[in-house]
Write a protein that binds this ligand. Structure first.
Ligand code: FES
Ligand code: FES
Length: 162
């Protein structure tokens, strides 16, 4: 097996800021964010693309950062939970008990925020389909689904579902 030991310096655009980091070719975006840039809100779960705990946004789309190499993200806009500005969605998770231990929550929020950008008025099926890529071992998903649904109802009509 060939081992790649060389390192390179990259400038990545993360949460609207340019960040310079030295990586190996094999470093994932997940490990780079957490271990080299201190952005530990993005969680390490399976590292196989199954759990969604590591979800971030790249150019506004939800991406599992364990499946992306840091070197692939040059010239792209990366958003992590630390840069997520959707306070309505975050408050809705609190209000609807959309988390317990919180391990899945940053990934859920990043995924749900992308959903609401792509589908500002999603159907129940669209909410379910988006959230299928993120596992939660605590909540049973009902509170999470309600949190996402309430956040877009509030956007449409501040007086409804409050
Ligand atoms: S840690 Fe990336 S999908 Fe599980
Ligand atoms: S709140 Fe614990 S895994 Fe989802």
């Amino acid at each position: 097996m060939k081992v790649y030991n060389s390192v390179q310096e990259l400038t990545l655009l993360i949460n609207g800021e340019e960040r310079t980091v030295v990586v190996r070719p094999s470093d994932t975006l997940l490990r780079t964010l957490r271990e080299k840039l201190g952005l530990t809100g993005t969680k390490i779960g399976c590292e196989h693309g199954d759990c969604g705990a590591c979800t971030v946004q790249i150019n506004g789309k939800p991406v599992k950062s364990c499946l992306v190499l840091a070197v692939e993200t040059v010239d792209k806009e990366i958003t992590t939970i630390e840069g997520l500005e959707n306070d309505r969605l975050k408050q809705s998770f609190v209000h609807n008990h959309g988390f317990q231990c919180g391990f899945c929550t940053s990934g859920m929020l990043m995924n749900a925020d992308s959903l609401l950008h792509d589908h500002p008025n999603p159907t129940d099926e669209e909410v379910t389909r988006y959230l299928e890529s993120n596992l939660c071992r605590c909540t049973g998903y009902e509170g999470i689904q309600m949190a996402v649904t309430e956040s877009f109802y509030k956007k449409k009509d501040p007086d409804s579902h409050s």
